[in-house]
Write a new protein. Structure first.
Length: 300
């Protein structure tokens, strides 16, 4: 067949289009992409997944850690830009499925696992063990002055206190509006909204008195914050687990067994300690993760 200039140009163009399409896919046949949200715990867990896969498979792992908030990561896994990232059952239930809160942790897991598979083609692997639920924390000064122990205690003095949180907390069913409605908070002035990375610095500097926190956050210890009791059970359980595209599992079924090596291995105190090492002591995430996995005999 005679190749004309037009034929050659069309062939080159098709090859370029194919290359771009393949580049847009998450990992391809011989590689995967691990993502994470933009806070230390999620980054640490994402790095843990990456190191484990590298140690137990021949796959090349591309890291897209610290991508952004929940919705950025969720869209990325649905679109195939990433293959795996750490997610939380409460987030899946309320922020992504837009369902009502389920307080029973096993039921919440079963619901998100079934619905993610049905609606999005994404599989929830076994929970890691930690329940990084939302909570409210106040400064030590507030605790010393008012002696608050529960959210209901806080509601009684909330008119004197400034509340602040990351942007995402104001856009969730299990976030600010629902919390205020259930407990009747009347915080002083407009709530402060900021990047999640600035939250603890802000409360540490005295710019606000109350913030949302995750139960396993290292800075709770660093800033001597008082974690209050959710006495009306507003927040759902937030058990962490790897979630992975079904298409990725179809190509690499061994990933399920590899990542499930972490099942039940990371309880709240363990995760808090890992977060403290990263957030407060300033250790490199890669080193913290490697030390942990080696201590559990999961990598050499």
């Amino acid at each position: 067949m005679k190749l004309t200039k037009r034929t050659v140009c069309m062939s080159v163009l098709l090859m370029l289009i194919l290359s771009v399409m393949l580049a847009g896919c998450a990992g391809g046949r011989d590689s995967i992409v691990v993502g994470s949200k933009d806070f230390s715990e999620n980054i640490t867990l994402g790095e843990m997944f990456a190191q484990l896969v590298e140690a137990h498979t021949d796959l090349k792992v591309t890291r897209k850690l610290n991508m952004g908030g929940t919705f950025v990561c969720f869209e990325a896994i649905k679109n195939g830009d990433i293959d795996i990232y750490p997610e939380y059952t409460g987030t899946g239930l309320t922020a992504q499925l837009k369902m009502d809160v389920i307080s029973d942790p096993d039921e919440a897991y079963q619901v998100v696992a079934a619905e993610f598979d049905r609606q999005f083609g994404v599989k929830w692997l076994e929970p890691l063990g930690l329940n990084n639920t939302y909570t409210l924390a106040v400064t030590d000064a507030v605790y010393q002055k008012y002696g608050v122990e529960t959210y209901s205690d806080l509601a009684k003095v909330s008119k004197n206190l400034v509340f602040g949180a990351e942007h995402e907390f104001f856009n969730r069913q299990d976030g600010y509006d629902g919390l205020v409605a259930m407990y009747g908070f009347t915080f002083k002035g407009e709530p402060k909204k900021m990047n999640v990375a600035l939250k603890y610095q802000a409360i540490g500097n005295g710019d606000m008195d109350v913030t949302d926190a995750f139960a396993t956050d290292g800075p709770i210890k660093q800033y001597q914050l008082k974690v209050l009791v959710d006495d009306k059970d507003f927040f759902p359980p937030y058990y962490a687990a790897p979630i992975i595209r079904n298409d990725t599992l179809k190509d690499h079924p061994e990933l399920e067994e590899v990542l499930n090596k972490l099942a039940g291995l990371i309880d709240d105190p363990t995760m808090t300690d890992l977060n403290y090492q990263v957030d407060v002591e300033g250790r490199d995430v890669e080193v913290v993760v490697k030390d942990f996995l080696q201590s559990k005999g999961l990598i050499d």
